[in-house]
Design a protein around this ligand. Structure first.
Ligand code: ADP
Ligand code: MG
Length: 309
């Protein structure tokens, strides 16, 4: 197996192919760059930032697949009790977690941000394929789902190119194509807040996506309190519950990315209840006391490495 690496979208990206194909790897990295150019909110010249800059002014016409992605994100945001919010942008920018954030923003700043995060104010026109944010100051943020969407695109490209098997790791969002000769892909789940090499579990998967939403990658500590990057639209603060992470194993990485965030918001009991009715998705939850809990293991195998510490 040959590995190719690059740093993109603020993360180390790793592509594993069966044999040395530098041109193919280059095409994959180019595909990531093109998608980032459309979807990031960390660069002012992206398409999504053009939509955000036109908030309160005018609709922006976007390509069909971006329109579909924003529509899906809005739909998920409007599910009853959903933690997911496609319009969370102003709150994300107020906290700046993972960038310069190191103390909670003043309440007045949070209050102002919270007046601009209603997903109902994301207006979609399917005829024109345009997106309009009703209020100035609103911002769409696809940070919770862009990597899953891109991982699906890469897997589709590699399967069209008849790659026998491949793995793409977009900095925590993993998608696998096929199965290597030596058996299923082995994917380690990091132990939250431990050294990067300490694992809580090891998964064996083939042709599936493995996506984790966790509170231990991007956070800061302030007065013994941990402030992480999954934000609760209702309070304006990071969402705290009994979970440290949710890893979703699914066919679609986009679905895995959406639901890893959504399920994190439901907490352990809520997630298990929800997953019992959705056999297409499976998940591994790590609780605050480091217990590793699997909803089911129909399409992968999970070896727990340290259940309780
Ligand atoms: P990761 O970045 O570890 O893959 P997630 O997929 O859960 O984690 O996405 C977290 C990102 O999603 C945040 O950095 C932010 O950009 C965005 N975000 C934060 N809170 C929410 C929310 N309630 N709904 C939708 N997106 C969110
Ligand atoms: Mg996600």
């Amino acid at each position: 197996m040959i590995h190719y690496e690059a740093v993109m979208m603020g993360s180390p990206i790793r592509l594993s192919l069966s044999t040395d194909k530098p041109d193919r790897a280059r095409s994959v990295f180019q595909l990531i760059r093109q998608q980032e150019q459309l979807l990031t909110v960390n660069r002012n010249d992206s398409l999504l930032m053009a939509v955000n800059r036109s908030a309160g002014q005018c609709p922006v016409v976007v390509p069909n697949d971006v329109f579909q992605l924003v529509s899906l994100a809005k739909q998920v945001s409007l599910l009853p009790g959903s933690l997911f919010n496609v319009a969370i942008g102003p709150l994300v920018k107020a906290w700046r977690i993972g960038f310069t954030g190191c103390s909670p923003p003043p309440t007045s700043v949070l209050r102002c941000a919270m007046q601009h995060i209603d997903p109902q104010d994301v207006v979609l026109d399917p005829d024109r394929q345009s997106v309009f944010l009703r209020k100035k100051g609103m911002e769409i943020d696809l940070g919770a789902i862009a990597k899953g969407y891109i991982a699906d695109k890469i897997c589709q490209y590699l399967s069209e190119q008849q790659e026998p098997y491949a793995l793409i790791n977009l900095g925590g969002n993993i998608h696998t194509l096929g199965q290597p000769e030596h058996g299923p892909w082995q994917i380690g789940l990091r132990k939250p807040f431990a050294a990067a090499t300490t694992l809580s579990a090891r998964l064996a998967v083939c042709g599936r996506s493995v996506v984790t939403s966790g509170i231990y990658e991007r956070f800061f500590l302030h007065q013994q309190q941990c402030y992480h990057h999954i934000l609760d639209s209702r309070s304006g603060y990071p969402l705290n519950n009994d979970l440290l992470s949710v890893t979703v194993v699914s066919e679609s990485s986009l679905m895995g990315d959406i639901y890893s965030t959504l399920l994190y918001g439901m907490g352990l009991a809520g997630s298990l209840a929800w997953l019992a009715h959705h056999p297409e998705l499976e998940a591994i939850m790590i609780t605050r006391d480091n217990a590793v809990i699997c909803s089911s293991q129909r399409n992968f195998h999970c070896q727990v490495l340290n259940e309780l510490v």
